[in-house]
Design a protein around this ligand. Structure first.
Ligand code: URA
Length: 249
């Protein structure tokens, strides 16, 4: 406990951040003697504590402090990958208040009509490492494509294709999973792994070979697959093992 060096924070701020209530609710809890710091009843809700080293108890239960949150979301179609928007529902609207409190943001973007794996965090360094163009973190998508995706497309994607703005992509690994005839159109189900994240990249890669993506889902980022048990629209915090798969030490 101290007056305010860099490691310390106001206790009320810490408890609000962890979801124990609003600033005024914390003040009331202090008045009621419900909060102990290092075995002493707290009198001042503005006291600075070191959340990693001081012992803080609320109603006799020790708080577990964390600064960062790491979430895996199975993004549904129809919500945008932003933190706020005047008209559209955002991925943050899918979070409970106890997780939204950490003010996470999406790690990169999925289009409104794309579903699948989206990470959310408030750890800027972690997000930057995953998104940095120099790192070439692979991302795997599954898609349904209107048309006959074949060996010629696989070969073109393996070399990199030139998008509508003249940019030639890095090689992508395209696998044709199956094909089905739906009325008079042939739909190809594919998997595509890319190593960069240009705007609408998967859709534009298929446009470059004259085909249209009609359904898109991200299934993996780096070494981390989307949890198949996570229903569309649901989320959970990443485990330590999953974080280390993503290179977090
Ligand atoms: N590529 C796209 O075209 N859309 C996405 O949402 C992600 C990758």
């Amino acid at each position: 406990m101290s007056g305010g060096n860099r490691k310390t924070q106001r206790i009320d701020k810490i408890l609000v951040h962890l979801g124990y209530g609003s600033r005024s609710e914390i003040k009331r809890m202090v008045k009621q003697g419900s909060i102990m710091v290092n075995d002493t009843i707290l009198k001042d809700s503005g006291l600075h504590v070191d959340p990693f080293n001081d012992t803080v108890e609320v109603d006799g239960k020790r708080i577990v402090y964390k600064e960062f949150i790491y979430i895996m979301l199975h993004k549904p179609q129809g919500v945008i990958s932003a933190t706020e928007d005047k008209r559209e529902a955002t991925v943050l609207d899918l979070l409970d208040s106890e997780h939204a409190l950490f003010e996470p943001f999406p790690v990169g973007r999925l289009d409104k009509d794309t579903e699948g794996l989206l990470l959310l965090t408030n750890d800027g360094k972690f997000a930057h490492n995953l998104l940095s163009p120099r790192k070439h973190v692979p991302k795997t998508y599954e898609a349904k494509v209107d048309g006959d995706v074949g060996a010629e497309d696989v070969a073109k994607f393996a070399l990199g294709v030139t998008l509508d703005d003249g940019y030639t992509t890095l090689p992508g690994e395209l696998i044709v999973l199956s094909q089905e005839q739906v009325e008079d159109v042939l739909i190809s189900s594919i998997s595509l792994t890319i190593h960069e994240g240009k705007f609408h990249q998967v859709k534009r890669m298929f446009e470059a070979v004259g085909k249209k993506v009609v359904y898109l889902k991200r299934v993996q980022m780096g070494q981390l697959p989307l949890d198949p048990k996570l229903d569309i629209g649901k989320y959970r915090e990443l485990t330590m093992d999953e974080l280390s798969l993503l290179g977090k030490d």
